[in-house]
Design a protein around this ligand. Structure first.
Ligand code: ADP
Ligand code: ADP
Length: 218
Protein backbone atom coordinates (compact mmCIF):
# COMPACT_ATOMS: atom_id res chain seq x y z
CA UNK A 1 0.00 0.00 0.00
CA UNK A 2 1.16 3.54 -0.64
CA UNK A 3 1.90 5.58 2.45
CA UNK A 4 0.74 8.84 0.86
CA UNK A 5 -1.43 9.70 -2.13
CA UNK A 6 -2.27 13.19 -3.39
CA UNK A 7 -4.84 13.18 -6.20
CA UNK A 8 -5.39 16.45 -8.11
CA UNK A 9 -4.85 18.48 -4.95
CA UNK A 10 -4.98 22.27 -5.10
CA UNK A 11 -5.07 24.97 -2.44
CA UNK A 12 -5.18 28.74 -2.78
CA UNK A 13 -5.23 31.19 0.13
CA UNK A 14 -6.13 34.15 -2.07
CA UNK A 15 -5.85 34.41 -5.83
CA UNK A 16 -2.51 32.70 -6.39
CA UNK A 17 -2.46 28.92 -5.83
CA UNK A 18 -0.11 27.72 -3.07
CA UNK A 19 -0.47 24.14 -4.35
CA UNK A 20 -1.60 23.64 -7.92
CA UNK A 21 -2.87 20.26 -9.17
CA UNK A 22 -0.59 18.02 -7.12
CA UNK A 23 -0.50 14.31 -8.02
CA UNK A 24 1.91 12.22 -5.95
CA UNK A 25 2.25 8.77 -4.47
CA UNK A 26 4.86 7.81 -1.89
CA UNK A 27 5.67 4.19 -1.17
CA UNK A 28 5.69 2.80 2.34
CA UNK A 29 9.16 2.48 3.87
CA UNK A 30 10.82 5.26 1.89
CA UNK A 31 12.35 8.53 3.00
CA UNK A 32 11.25 11.32 0.69
CA UNK A 33 12.43 14.94 0.60
CA UNK A 34 10.18 17.77 -0.49
CA UNK A 35 12.68 20.31 -1.80
CA UNK A 36 11.93 23.83 -2.93
CA UNK A 37 12.48 27.53 -2.30
CA UNK A 38 10.50 29.53 0.25
CA UNK A 39 6.92 29.93 -0.92
CA UNK A 40 6.99 26.81 -3.13
CA UNK A 41 4.08 25.19 -1.29
CA UNK A 42 5.94 22.67 0.87
CA UNK A 43 4.31 23.65 4.18
CA UNK A 44 0.88 23.83 2.58
CA UNK A 45 1.39 20.30 1.20
CA UNK A 46 2.47 19.05 4.62
CA UNK A 47 -0.37 20.83 6.41
CA UNK A 48 -2.91 19.25 4.03
CA UNK A 49 -1.29 15.87 4.63
CA UNK A 50 -1.80 16.34 8.38
CA UNK A 51 -5.39 17.55 8.02
CA UNK A 52 -4.45 21.02 9.31
CA UNK A 53 -5.35 22.70 6.01
CA UNK A 54 -8.26 21.50 3.84
CA UNK A 55 -7.53 21.13 0.14
CA UNK A 56 -9.57 23.45 -2.07
CA UNK A 57 -9.84 20.53 -4.50
CA UNK A 58 -8.68 16.92 -4.71
CA UNK A 59 -8.05 14.13 -2.24
CA UNK A 60 -5.27 13.27 0.22
CA UNK A 61 -4.84 9.76 1.65
CA UNK A 62 -2.47 8.24 4.21
CA UNK A 63 -2.33 4.43 4.24
CA UNK A 64 -5.69 4.51 2.48
CA UNK A 65 -7.32 6.71 5.12
CA UNK A 66 -8.20 10.38 5.34
CA UNK A 67 -5.59 12.52 7.13
CA UNK A 68 -7.94 12.99 10.11
CA UNK A 69 -8.42 9.22 10.46
CA UNK A 70 -4.72 8.46 10.12
CA UNK A 71 -3.74 11.13 12.66
CA UNK A 72 -6.45 10.01 15.11
CA UNK A 73 -5.21 6.42 14.79
CA UNK A 74 -1.70 7.52 15.85
CA UNK A 75 -0.24 6.57 12.46
CA UNK A 76 1.34 9.97 11.86
CA UNK A 77 3.95 11.95 13.79
CA UNK A 78 4.80 15.50 12.81
CA UNK A 79 7.47 18.06 13.55
CA UNK A 80 6.23 21.46 12.45
CA UNK A 81 8.02 24.79 12.34
CA UNK A 82 7.82 26.67 15.64
CA UNK A 83 5.63 24.04 17.35
CA UNK A 84 4.89 25.48 20.79
CA UNK A 85 6.43 23.95 23.93
CA UNK A 86 5.18 24.67 27.46
CA UNK A 87 8.05 26.68 29.00
CA UNK A 88 7.51 25.52 32.60
CA UNK A 89 7.68 21.78 31.83
CA UNK A 90 10.98 19.96 31.76
CA UNK A 91 12.06 18.10 28.65
CA UNK A 92 11.24 14.75 30.30
CA UNK A 93 7.80 15.97 31.45
CA UNK A 94 7.04 17.34 27.99
CA UNK A 95 7.91 14.12 26.17
CA UNK A 96 6.25 11.93 28.82
CA UNK A 97 3.01 13.95 28.65
CA UNK A 98 2.69 13.50 24.88
CA UNK A 99 3.82 9.87 25.17
CA UNK A 100 0.77 9.10 27.32
CA UNK A 101 -1.55 10.18 24.52
CA UNK A 102 -0.51 7.26 22.31
CA UNK A 103 -1.68 3.64 22.46
CA UNK A 104 1.70 2.00 21.79
CA UNK A 105 4.47 4.55 22.42
CA UNK A 106 8.22 4.00 22.45
CA UNK A 107 9.97 3.77 25.85
CA UNK A 108 10.53 7.28 27.24
CA UNK A 109 14.26 6.88 27.88
CA UNK A 110 14.78 5.46 24.37
CA UNK A 111 13.15 8.51 22.83
CA UNK A 112 15.21 10.94 24.94
CA UNK A 113 18.35 9.06 23.92
CA UNK A 114 17.39 8.98 20.23
CA UNK A 115 16.77 12.74 20.19
CA UNK A 116 20.02 13.55 22.02
CA UNK A 117 18.08 14.81 25.06
CA UNK A 118 19.32 12.55 27.84
CA UNK A 119 21.57 15.25 29.29
CA UNK A 120 18.84 17.87 28.96
CA UNK A 121 15.93 15.86 30.38
CA UNK A 122 15.67 17.92 33.56
CA UNK A 123 15.87 21.31 31.88
CA UNK A 124 12.75 23.44 31.51
CA UNK A 125 11.62 23.88 27.90
CA UNK A 126 11.72 27.66 28.35
CA UNK A 127 15.48 27.49 29.00
CA UNK A 128 16.38 25.57 25.82
CA UNK A 129 18.24 26.97 22.82
CA UNK A 130 16.46 26.97 19.45
CA UNK A 131 18.29 23.85 18.30
CA UNK A 132 17.60 22.05 21.59
CA UNK A 133 13.88 22.89 21.29
CA UNK A 134 13.96 21.38 17.80
CA UNK A 135 15.24 18.13 19.31
CA UNK A 136 12.30 18.13 21.74
CA UNK A 137 9.91 18.61 18.79
CA UNK A 138 11.58 15.63 17.09
CA UNK A 139 11.11 13.55 20.24
CA UNK A 140 7.42 14.51 20.34
CA UNK A 141 7.03 13.54 16.69
CA UNK A 142 8.45 10.02 17.16
CA UNK A 143 7.31 9.12 20.70
CA UNK A 144 4.06 7.57 19.47
CA UNK A 145 6.00 5.26 17.11
CA UNK A 146 4.11 6.53 14.04
CA UNK A 147 4.34 4.65 10.74
CA UNK A 148 4.64 7.98 8.94
CA UNK A 149 6.93 10.74 10.21
CA UNK A 150 6.52 14.21 8.69
CA UNK A 151 9.17 16.90 9.27
CA UNK A 152 8.82 20.50 8.07
CA UNK A 153 12.28 22.09 7.76
CA UNK A 154 13.44 20.25 10.88
CA UNK A 155 17.02 21.56 11.08
CA UNK A 156 16.12 25.25 11.26
CA UNK A 157 18.08 26.84 14.15
CA UNK A 158 20.50 23.89 14.45
CA UNK A 159 24.26 24.19 14.21
CA UNK A 160 26.32 21.90 11.98
CA UNK A 161 26.97 19.24 14.62
CA UNK A 162 23.33 19.16 15.70
CA UNK A 163 22.21 18.83 12.08
CA UNK A 164 24.46 15.84 11.58
CA UNK A 165 23.20 14.22 14.79
CA UNK A 166 19.62 15.04 13.88
CA UNK A 167 19.77 13.30 10.50
CA UNK A 168 21.39 10.30 12.14
CA UNK A 169 18.44 10.14 14.53
CA UNK A 170 16.00 10.46 11.65
CA UNK A 171 17.66 7.64 9.71
CA UNK A 172 17.62 5.42 12.80
CA UNK A 173 13.90 6.08 13.15
CA UNK A 174 13.28 5.33 9.47
CA UNK A 175 14.78 1.87 9.78
CA UNK A 176 12.42 -1.05 9.88
CA UNK A 177 9.97 0.07 7.21
CA UNK A 178 8.85 3.43 8.57
CA UNK A 179 8.04 6.17 6.08
CA UNK A 180 9.49 9.67 6.39
CA UNK A 181 8.62 12.84 4.48
CA UNK A 182 10.65 15.96 5.17
CA UNK A 183 10.60 19.46 3.69
CA UNK A 184 13.83 21.33 3.14
CA UNK A 185 15.27 24.08 1.00
CA UNK A 186 18.75 22.53 1.06
CA UNK A 187 19.59 20.18 -1.84
CA UNK A 188 22.43 18.79 0.29
CA UNK A 189 20.04 17.68 3.05
CA UNK A 190 17.76 16.06 0.51
CA UNK A 191 20.72 14.41 -1.22
CA UNK A 192 22.19 12.90 1.93
CA UNK A 193 19.04 11.80 3.69
CA UNK A 194 16.32 10.88 1.18
CA UNK A 195 15.79 8.00 -1.27
CA UNK A 196 13.70 10.25 -3.44
CA UNK A 197 13.56 14.02 -3.94
CA UNK A 198 10.43 15.83 -5.07
CA UNK A 199 11.17 19.38 -6.17
CA UNK A 200 8.32 21.86 -5.78
CA UNK A 201 8.26 25.23 -7.48
CA UNK A 202 5.22 27.56 -7.36
CA UNK A 203 2.91 24.84 -6.08
CA UNK A 204 3.81 22.26 -8.71
CA UNK A 205 6.19 19.30 -8.97
CA UNK A 206 9.15 20.55 -11.01
CA UNK A 207 11.26 17.37 -10.72
CA UNK A 208 10.99 13.97 -9.06
CA UNK A 209 13.71 11.35 -8.70
CA UNK A 210 16.90 10.46 -6.88
CA UNK A 211 19.14 13.32 -5.77
CA UNK A 212 21.62 12.34 -8.50
CA UNK A 213 18.89 12.63 -11.13
CA UNK A 214 17.81 16.01 -9.73
CA UNK A 215 21.41 17.27 -9.83
CA UNK A 216 21.73 16.09 -13.42
CA UNK A 217 18.64 18.16 -14.25
CA UNK A 218 16.23 15.27 -14.79
P1 ADP B 1 6.91 26.77 1.57
O1 ADP B 1 6.63 25.88 2.74
O2 ADP B 1 7.48 26.02 0.40
O3 ADP B 1 7.73 27.96 1.93
P2 ADP B 1 4.15 27.58 1.78
O4 ADP B 1 3.25 26.42 1.60
O5 ADP B 1 4.40 28.08 3.17
O6 ADP B 1 5.51 27.33 1.02
O7 ADP B 1 3.57 28.83 0.96
C1 ADP B 1 3.10 28.71 -0.40
C2 ADP B 1 2.43 30.02 -0.79
O8 ADP B 1 1.23 30.18 -0.05
C3 ADP B 1 3.26 31.26 -0.51
O9 ADP B 1 3.02 32.19 -1.56
C4 ADP B 1 2.73 31.74 0.81
O10 ADP B 1 2.90 33.13 0.92
C5 ADP B 1 1.27 31.37 0.71
N1 ADP B 1 0.67 31.07 2.04
C6 ADP B 1 1.05 30.06 2.86
N2 ADP B 1 0.30 30.03 3.98
C7 ADP B 1 -0.57 31.06 3.86
C8 ADP B 1 -1.63 31.56 4.67
N3 ADP B 1 -1.93 30.99 5.85
N4 ADP B 1 -2.32 32.63 4.22
C9 ADP B 1 -2.02 33.20 3.04
N5 ADP B 1 -1.06 32.78 2.22
C10 ADP B 1 -0.34 31.73 2.61
P1 ADP C 1 24.52 17.50 27.21
O1 ADP C 1 23.45 16.47 27.25
O2 ADP C 1 25.85 17.00 27.64
O3 ADP C 1 24.13 18.82 27.77
P2 ADP C 1 23.69 17.84 24.53
O4 ADP C 1 22.36 17.49 25.05
O5 ADP C 1 23.85 19.10 23.79
O6 ADP C 1 24.76 17.80 25.66
O7 ADP C 1 24.18 16.65 23.60
C1 ADP C 1 24.14 15.32 24.02
C2 ADP C 1 24.54 14.45 22.87
O8 ADP C 1 23.49 14.47 21.90
C3 ADP C 1 25.78 14.93 22.14
O9 ADP C 1 26.61 13.81 21.91
C4 ADP C 1 25.29 15.50 20.85
O10 ADP C 1 26.20 15.29 19.79
C5 ADP C 1 24.03 14.69 20.62
N1 ADP C 1 23.04 15.39 19.82
C6 ADP C 1 22.95 16.70 19.57
N2 ADP C 1 21.89 16.95 18.80
C7 ADP C 1 21.29 15.78 18.55
C8 ADP C 1 20.15 15.37 17.82
N3 ADP C 1 19.39 16.24 17.19
N4 ADP C 1 19.84 14.08 17.79
C9 ADP C 1 20.61 13.19 18.41
N5 ADP C 1 21.69 13.49 19.11
C10 ADP C 1 22.04 14.76 19.19
Amino acid sequence: MNAITFTDVSKAYGEAPAVDGLNLTMETGRTVALLGPNGAGKSTTINMLLGLVRPGAGRVEIFGRTPDEAVAAGMVGAMLQDGALIPELTVRETVDFVRRLYPAPLPLEDVLEMAGLTGLAGRRAGALSGGQAQRVRFALAVVGAPRLLVLDEPTTAMDVESRRAFWESMRAYAEGGRTVLFATHYLEEADENADRVIVMVRGRVAADGTAAQIRAGA
